[in-house]
Design a protein around this ligand. Structure first.
Ligand SMILES: NC(=O)c1ccc[n+]([C@@H]2O[C@H](COP(=O)([O-])OP(=O)(O)OC[C@H]3O[C@@H](n4cnc5c(N)ncnc54)[C@H](O)[C@@H]3O)[C@@H](O)[C@H]2O)c1
Length: 245
């Protein structure tokens, strides 16, 4: 694996699940890592790690987090936009508030975060990886808001990649299948999800199991690194074969 020694990496939405595994992987690869997440209660710092609480769907909180980071680091090599929430509801059950929240966290935060980070990434000729989903490419009953938000992230990624190619900034996204995280488990707490039981969902993945957060972190580290130097605008599926059937 590529060494990130001396590199500055921001993981937006890195307190749990895929994001937390990504933070661990970048730190193991030698990077200094900043993490913004709504789940943090306070600013916390230790060698090579800076945690900052922020609701990334709120532009003023996101701007404050970036202002702090820019003052501390004055540089950024890699941005990972990973914050996300689920919304499991039929169209009739989906309220306007729920729709706006899903779009705010899953899509608008990506837009705002890229806008803040881009000047620094142009200086470093750095890269961005957004977390989309395999559900960007296929429909899923009771997931209208979520699938719409993730499909938008994929095409946002492609368009931004075109804009920033001349500056040497690569922009990609990773599209996980069902990964064993708190977000996934919440969908099955005490009830059958719209895709049946957890075992039914596993059965929809030809590899026959859930993915592990570290398996998505590996894709993210690859896409962000010079190992992927000719990869931009791509949507890397890491879905155990879910979408190829
Ligand atoms: N787990 C899966 O099966 C799966 C599949 C495809 C895509 N994804 C995507 O992967 C990403 C990570 O999800 P996960 O499964 O690890 O879930 P998770 O709930 O474990 O982690 C999501 C993280 O985002 C943070 N977050 C949520 N709202 C936020 C906000 N407003 N501001 C800042 N941080 C916020 C949470 O606090 C948490 O740390 C999400 O974008 C999700 O949509 C997950």
């Amino acid at each position: 694996m590529y060494s990130y020694k001396g590199k500055k990496v921001l993981v937006a939405g890195g307190a749990s699940g895929i994001g937390a595994a990504t933070v661990t992987a970048f730190r193991e690869a030698g990077a200094d890592v900043a993490v913004f997440d709504i789940a943090f209660k306070e600013v916390r710092e230790e060698a090579g790690l800076l945690e900052y609480p922020a609701d990334l769907a709120d532009s003023s909180q996101l701007s404050a987090a970036y202002a702090m980071l820019k003052e501390r680091w004055r540089a950024l090599d890699v941005l990972i936009n990973n914050a996300g929430i689920e919304c499991v509801a039929t169209l009739e059950e989906t309220t306007e508030e729920a729709w706006d929240r899903v779009m705010g966290v899953n899509l608008k935060s990506v837009f705002l975060s890229c806008k803040e980070a881009l000047p620094l990434l142009k200086e470093s000729r750095g890269s961005i990886v957004n977390t989309a989903s395999q559900l960007a490419f296929v429909g899923a009953s009771s997931f209208t808001a979520y699938t719409a938000s993730k499909a938008a992230v994929v095409n946002f990624t492609r368009s931004l990649a075109l804009e920033t190619a001349k500056d040497g900034v690569r922009v990609n996204c990773v599209c996980p299948g069902a990964i064993d995280t708190p977000l996934l488990r919440r969908q099955f707490e005490g009830r059958r999800g719209p895709q049946g039981t957890l075992d039914d969902l596993i059965g929809m993945h030809p590899l026959g199991r859930l993915g592990e957060p570290s398996e998505i972190a590996g894709c993210i580290l690859f896409l962000a690194s010079p190992l992927a130097s000719f990869v931009t605008g791509s949507a890397m599926l890491a879905d155990g074969g879910y979408t190829i059937q």
